[in-house]
Design a binder for this molecule. Structure first.
Ligand code: BGC
Length: 755
């Protein structure tokens, strides 16, 4: 055994010096040699991922699963673990495999670092509202710095699932409904996690997920069936995955759902033909948690042996917590059901990521206790989290009320007689949102704490509890549906106040995995509270905290000022206060359509035209009898404390491969502000019908009061083409409508002809 370790060290040293002159050549030589040394059992071991099972700094486990996993570690039968964190734990576990297993191949340590590790940044849907790719990349960067400081070297993020149905709880985890924006944001996040040099001790491998179609769960119910046509698959679902693969994402996670009848984990078309074939993806595919074993419940495999055969052959390289590979894959290879080349290919991909992370050079690269002490909640991270948090807040409405010269927002820093109402205002946990497994509970700056720093002339009443009882990541949140006993006190305060700030919305654990809703209103008694307060005071600023679009139609009709503050993470209260008091002029735009009522879902801006889109005095057109077709707030919508004027839309199509579209944008208000200038295209006639509108460009600009600038976009075949139903990207000549504006429904339009 000792002999082998020495040989391996020698081999590593030699490969590393090769690596310096020619990294990929050096890596291939190293991996080839290692593969030759590996037994089939050890190869299969690399394809096995276990959940963290034991506080490794504690006593050695001797019961059930934990004992088995421990034995497997020593035998080199584990390639990666998840949910093990802390440098001491990671080092201890790494030592077991490095020192005690025959070949000493280091482990990957995976974790769901979704929006921060300790310093929690806004939920991804909120960050997407910033349309600020630099800030989003930075947010992922600080997440990687903190995660890597506690020993983690692989995150299961970003989620790039396109989501059109606000009922689905996981909309909070992605970038919303648009594939163009989603692709840009996915790439920014991957860059943030992986950095310039993956082998540096503060970068980690990313994993785009969930491949593919998970966001199209029928009726927004998590884990539900996905049945989509080729056009939607190629043009809507796949582009963010392709963009991140093109930008060198190291791993891809497959998915729980079936896609057109084939479970994603056993889906050869997705994983082999598209991902590893057409796209030439060089990293590895990890299954979702137990998604291999779920092939049985889906009715696709009869037992775990078949799971091993079907998922390995389909290209799922690593099995997370299904025990299919570790238990049966060796036997299935020996029985000729899985070719050894399939195993070799999977193992090569996994070893390659380990190599690129620098784990063969130093398996303890991520185990520096000093970094762990120094970097969590680092002031730079808190500053970056505050920056992205304020950039994520969307101003939905801000009008004058009777008797007032100005809109309610921004508030005056010396304003007297303010009432703050709502349980969420005093909550330090819910604003952290869902999917923040590394975070400390109750570590957010609450709304009240942030507000107080600006103005303490307020009284507070919660009005009503939002939840009944404790909340956590794995149990259903119990909402207070009946108790209105606090209403009277809140109403009394509101009556005496000049302005009322109502902080309402969803609990942070009402969205996320397994948390679909069939209603999209303000949960519990909050709508009733809002309407009661409105009866006694109309000067209401509604601050929303939620993890998905809400159908707040009554509020939009009645409440003069509405701010969408999502769940903004650690710096929530400070970010909201900066916007409320005008120290930051809101600039965010919705990355997902807000419906007027839940029955409109899925509702999204880039739909096709029906054959009967136009209103008619008889009923035979595409509509609801009891609801408008229009959204409450469209995709791309968001206001500012200043105004922007768009003029002079010009098109230069003399070069058909680079059509230039320009527009003059002027800040006509009194203060500086940022605007997201958005460009939408519509291909009027095509061999496969095209959506009525598609985002194909955006620029975020800062303009001072009175300042004007020319914003130019260049449209190439990438923007003008689409995937046909054979999955081939085609560009067709003909007329295109172009619209440039402030959101997906307001802007200047023109037509050009693509030659
Ligand atoms: C989720 C994944 C996650 C995995 C590991 C699953 O339930 O769907 O997104 O990465 O668990 O925690």
């Amino acid at each position: 055994m000792k002999k082998t370790i020495c040989f391996l060290l020698l081999l590593m040293g030699c490969a590393i010096s090769f690596a310096q002159s020619s990294p990929s050549n050096g890596m291939q030589i190293f991996i080839d040699s290692l593969l030759q040394k590996m037994t089939l059992e050890e190869k299969v071991g690399q394809m096995n991922q276990y959940n963290g099972f034991w506080e490794v700094t504690g006593p050695v486990p001797n019961e059930g699963n934990a004992k088995l996993k421990y034995e497997h570690l020593k035998k080199g039968m584990v390639g990666a673990v998840l949910n093990v964190k802390g440098t001491a734990n990671v080092r201890k576990l790494q030592e077991i495999v490095v020192k005690e297993s025959r070949l000493g191949i280091p482990l990957l340590f995976g974790f769901d670092v979704i929006h921060g590790y300790k310093t929690i940044t806004p939920i991804p849907l909120a960050e997407a509202a910033s349309w600020d790719l630099e800030a989003i990349e930075k947010s992922a960067r600080i997440a990687a710095i903190e995660a890597s400081a506690v020993g983690i070297n692989w995150t299961f993020a970003p989620m790039v699932d396109i989501t059109r149905d606000a009922r689905w709880g996981r909309v909070m985890e992605g970038a919303g409904e648009d594939p163009y924006l989603g692709a840009k944001i996915g790439v920014a996040r991957v860059k943030g996690f992986q950095g310039q040099d993956l082998s540096s001790s503060n970068t980690i491998a990313a994993s785009v997920k969930h491949f593919a179609g998970y966001g199209f769960a029928e009726a927004g119910r998590d884990y539900n069936t996905v049945d989509v046509g080729t056009s939607t698959l190629y043009n809507i679902i796949l582009p963010p995955f392709k963009a991140t693969v093109d930008n060198d994402v190291k791993t891809v996670m497959n998915s729980f759902n079936t896609l057109n009848g084939i479970p994603a984990t056993g889906n050869k078309f997705l994983q082999r033909d598209i991902l590893k074939g057409k796209w030439n993806f060089k990293g590895f595919v990890v299954s979702d948690w137990g998604s291999g074993a779920e092939l049985i419940t889906h009715g696709f495999a009869k037992d775990l042996k078949e799971v091993a055969i079907l998922s390995a052959n389909a290209g799922s390289d690593m099995d997370m917590e299904s025990y299919a590979y570790v238990t049966h894959l060796k036997e299935m290879v020996e029985a000729g059901k899985v070719d050894i080349a399939v195993v070799n290919d999977a193992v090569r991909r996994i070893l390659q990521v380990k190599y690129e992370l620098g784990l063969f050079a130093d398996p303890y690269r991520y185990c520096d206790a000093q970094r762990e002490k120094d970097l969590l909640y680092h002031p730079n991270h808190l500053a970056a989290a505050l920056d992205i948090a304020k950039k994520s807040i969307v101003l939905l409405k801000n009008i004058k009320t009777t008797g007032q010269g100005n809109p309610l927002l921004p508030l005056n820093k010396n304003q007297k007689n303010i009432a703050v109402i709502g349980a969420l205002a005093n909550d330090k946990n819910s604003p952290l949102g869902s999917w923040r497994v590394g975070s400390d509970d109750n570590s957010a700056v609450s709304f009240l704490e942030g507000f107080k720093k600006y103005n303490s002339n307020f009284v507070y009443a919660k009005g009503a509890d939002l939840v009944n009882g404790p909340t956590d990541f794995i149990h259903e949140v119990k909402i207070n549906e009946t108790d209105k006993s606090g209403f009277a006190q809140a109403i009394a305060l509101a009556k005496k106040s000049s302005v009322v700030i109502m902080v309402l919305g969803e609990h942070g654990f009402q969205s996320g995995e397994g948390r679909s809703r069939s209603k999209l209103d303000l949960p519990g008694v909050q709508e009733a509270l809002l309407e009661e307060i409105y009866k006694v005071n109309k000067n209401i600023v509604l601050v929303l905290m939620n993890g998905r679009p809400l159908a707040i139609t009554w509020a939009q009709e009645h409440i003069p000022a509405i701010l969408e503050a999502w769940q903004l993470g650690t710096q929530t209260g400070d970010a909201i206060a900066q916007v409320l008091f005008g120290d930051y002029n809101p600039s965010a735009k919705l990355p997902m359509t807000f419906p007027r009522s839940v029955g409109q879902e899925p509702l999204y801006y880039n739909h096709y035209s029906t054959g009967r889109p136009n209103t008619n005095d008889v009923v035979f057109w595409s509509h609801y009898s009891d609801e408008s077709n229009e959204p409450l707030y469209p995709f791309g919508y968001g206001l500012s404390y200043t105004n922007f004027e768009y003029t002079d839309l010009k098109i230069n199509d003399s070069d058909p491969s680079a059509i230039r579209v320009s527009v003059q944008v002027k800040n006509t208000g009194k203060i500086a502000g940022e605007e997201v200038v958005q460009l939408y295209l519509h291909d009027r006639v095509a061999s496969v019908v095209r959506p009525v509108k598609e985002l194909k460009g955006f620029k975020k600009i800062l303009l001072h009061s009175g300042e004007s600038t020319l914003v130019t976009f260049t449209l190439t075949n990438n923007e003008l083409g689409f995937y046909n139903n054979e999955g081939v990207f085609v560009v067709e000549s003909g007329d295109f409508d172009v619209m440039v504006g402030t959101n997906s429904i307001q802007g200047l339009s023109a037509v050009f002809t693509k030659k």
